[in-house]
Design a protein around this ligand. Sequence first.
Ligand code: B12
Ligand code: SF4
Length: 448
Amino acid sequence: MKVLLVNPPRSPHNALRDHAPPEALRFVHSRLVGPPLGLLTIAVAARDDADVSFIDLKGEYDLHPDAPSPADFIRSRIQADPPDLVGVTFIASETPAGLDILRAVKAVSPGIVTVAGGLHATLCPEDFVDPAVDIVVPGDGAVVFRNLVRTLAAGGDLDTVGGLLVRDGDRLRPTLAPAPPVDPAGRDFLVPDRSYLQPWLSTYTVGGRPQPVTYVFTSLGCTSRCSFCSIWPQRDGAYLQRDVDSVVAELASLTEYEVIRWADANSVVDLEWTARLLDRLEAEGIRKHFVMDLRLDTAAKHPGLIARLARGGLKVVITGIESPRAEELKRYNKALDTRSITEGLKVFADNGILLRANYVVDPDYGPDDFAALADFATAHSTAYAGYTILTPMPGTGLHRQMRPRIVDSDLAKYNFFNCVVETRLPLDRFYEEAGRLWAIRTGDHVIS
Ligand code: B12
Ligand code: SF4
């Protein structure tokens, strides 16, 4: 049994970048770099029963920008070495490209079993009702994918594999067997095997440094409930934390990576857990540079912990300020106040931590709103700030709420860099105003 797993390419759409003034251009993200941890986990789950190979199309296009289109690339790969099953991981903006990949597979060989998994397949399985998709694996799919591969290898019946959605004419239906309970951060945790990324490792760099960077997740899900966010709906509001030993063991194994970005929604939730992790890292002599997503109110409330994290290797923090306005924060269900913002910023600065803050730009913004946001961001400027567009990601409460205002349903544009709902200002003017914000920052750091 041969399994081929494919990480789709980035969406090329970035209207913010297209409209940003030259002085802001180098700060608008164009190429985020990080491992497809989900797919690398799925690879580990399947390999006892199959020969697993891997294609990272993001890395491939970073290495060879003129490489053939994803469909052509996959077609020639499949012709050269036909697999029995192809699996693709999906987020919203990579769905059109991922589906094209599966269509190319079916065009070469209709008998290859095609499988869709990942966040978007979990939140919106209906988007995968397509002749090119045989099976959808919603949720944390390692256990289910292992059972699927095992059953296919043995020529068994798919209905004995619980937790699948299988194509049945023009709909997807759940398989008959019950879905197995899974514990992806605990009992069923598998260390993602980053060695599959070796051919593209030289592309896993940021900020001009030669050493590769990687992500490690210490938890899945989120305890907060921001209305625009897909992370908590993906796991139905659950927050699943790994145990300290397993995180320490994974970090110890990452000898070729100096910079580790924590892939958690929020890197500090349980203070006692974090303190234990720091104790263990110190005891084991594990020294890395860490990049974490942290909340400003956590920093404001626990300056001692932030100082300890800084001593333990925390160099960069990514944080959501989202909006300076209480009314907007309330609408986004983001519990943050101006005092925590100011105090939190100070705590990070006092500890020499480079801060990247993110604001959400509402498509309803007019000139006064842009001016107010610019004033606030200037008064609270950070080493780097991002201004992404409020986007109704499919599967979120915001999507249900904003549906009547959606004017662009092309999922490739659902990456926070494009506006997909009607704007109050003419669209070009909106993008120009939003693009200009990206120039507001302090210092001369570029962390991308
Ligand atoms: C790591 C990461 C990345 C990496 C790697 C992504 C990749 N595939 O190459 C990088 C840095 C490249 C990246 C890029 C982007 N990302 Co990103 N990323 C994440 C992050 C931080 C962690 C995801 C993760 O690893 N989770 C842990 C793993 C284990 O979970 P998982 O991936 O869901 O996998 C499990 C299941 O889904 C399933 N599964 C997954 N794939 C498959 C495949 C098969 C076949 C099967 C059977 C099962 C299966 O099983 C896995 C194991 O349990 C999340 C935020 C978060 N904290 O969750 C955002 C997130 C996924 N990213 C997001 C976005 C929007 C992007 C960008 C488009 C833009 C941006 N602003 O970040 C860019 C890409 C564009 C660009 N210009 O570069 C959004 C997606 C929202 C949505 N609804 O689509 C998220 C949720 C962040 C957010 N704030 O909303 N990202
Ligand atoms: S935006 Fe951040 S804090 Fe809010 S629910 Fe999403 S991951 Fe959690």
